[in-house]
Design a protein around this ligand. Sequence first.
Ligand code: F6R
Length: 598
Amino acid sequence: MCGIFGCLCEGAPKVLLEGLKRLEYRGYDSVGIALINGDELFVEKNKGKIDEFILGLDEARLKGEIGVGHTRWATHGAPSKENAHPHLDCSKRIAVVHNGVLENFLQIKEELLKKGHIFSSRTDSEVIPHLVEEYLNEGLTLKEALVKSMERVKGSAAIAMISTVEPERIYCYRRESPLIVGISERGVFCASDIPAIMPYTRRVMVVPDDRLVVLERGSIQIEDLRGVMYKTEFTEVTWDLELAEKGGYPHFMIKEIFEQPRAIRDTLKIPTIFLDKAARLLTGRIYLTGSGTSYHACLSTSYTASDLVGIEMRPMISSEFADALLSLESSTVIAVSQSGETADTLNAVKHAKSKGAKILGITNTLGSSITTLSDAYICTQSGPEIGVAATKTFLTQLVALDLLLLRLGLISGRLSESAHRSITHELEALPGMVEQILRRADKIRDLALKYSKKENAFFLGRGANVATALEGALKLKEISYIHAEGYPAGESKHGPISLIEPNFLCVFIAPRDRTRERIIGNIMEMKARGAEVFSVITEGDDELKEISDEYFEVPRANEILYPIICTVPLQLLAYYAATFRGFDPDRPRNLAKSVTVL
Ligand code: F6R
């Protein structure tokens, strides 16, 4: 995933760099900008993070009122100065930034090489400025050349292009990868997401798929590749930019963990009309699919669905979906994805659609690809999640899915009005419960200091809390680099137990639910082999306090809520362990916020 930004406004160099800083979460292995000043195209790019990049810039050369920029997360070609965007044509008149993956770039590159074009990077993206140049040389206008280029390239692309040929315009195009535009008295802007342009305008529009955009001083025009104009409808962003900034916290991840009560409260307000539309879609066999943390939400929900409404839903890891040769005709697939752009999940969705399934998207990103591919979708109300590790979006996915199950139960007659009312009431208590846990974050911080010295950990649970265990382990390993495995507690004796030796850390998800007695048996097994046991338990559970070396109490709740509240101490554990080990939890190595490659 990469971030693109473009602006036509006073003070463009500063706006460009600020915008790129807000997009850095989308990729942080290289960065670059291009500005037009008079008839000169100024380009500066490099490997590394944006702060280092800014330090190396010669301020005196940063001039002009029109520019584009890019933050990169490498897919084609290693992170390097040459592979950083913007990419230029041979005559250095055209600068292009691109987010996406071009499938047929090798073929196009070969053709262009034969025609004498000289490439300076190993990226797929560099074919775009050369292709535009080629068509310009054939006598087309810049716009015509871009249209023809976009018709030639296959794959995903959000691009922004400036050129000394038409120094008063930014041209953009969107296919699959996200792109938004905005306008204000200050200027016109384009970017990969809304927070990047929010300091300059709140009037924004999500660019529809397969559209060309022309940004000029005071106007934004959107059209399709045949030149048919598209009505521009700007909406006013009502949420606060504060939501997308650190707000005094040292990292986005901890800020986002502490934002969870608010995120849940907002998600609980999803209008019934949307939930009912989504619930009515759920007919035939029902599959849940997602990747990583979103898959854990699917797994957890599969247990809740059987429990709450007696409906079987099969959870599937998205990257395995097509290979599982599922019967998809007349089925429904619930696709869960925070970003709505994860390639594995989109692939599963496309496969399911091609076999006749209906799609219900659950996403946090309005305008994302998943919303366009789905028959209906529900947007979780987390607000932007910047930290690479998913936290608040996981909790709100679970809440949204619980709300959906409740409506499904009611519509299908599987849940009585009074059961519906009473569980809804319990869900409404969730933000308060999470607040109560967060007030005791210090206890987890103290434990994390001790556990941050471990090299291995097991996370064990039963029932829906297998998903909680998997999520706890994923969080810990991805940001603190402690080797952690999540496992069904009952399954751990069939092999993994042989790893246990004195002081091996075992984290048990052990709330007061139907699994409690058997979990106690598993704790005893591990303790007998010298494991150090940390249990997440229901408040006042003295027996579990007694048998655990350490424990953390969560409020007493309905069983279906435990996967939500038991996750919070595990998120905190991962966060603090990472910081004690000296790692930046917002930028885990080798990971990007959204994984857009298969
Ligand atoms: C883990 C994490 C990833 C994502 C996964 C799917 O903390 O963030 O495992 O959950 O890459 O991403 P989305 O939900 O955007 O499809």
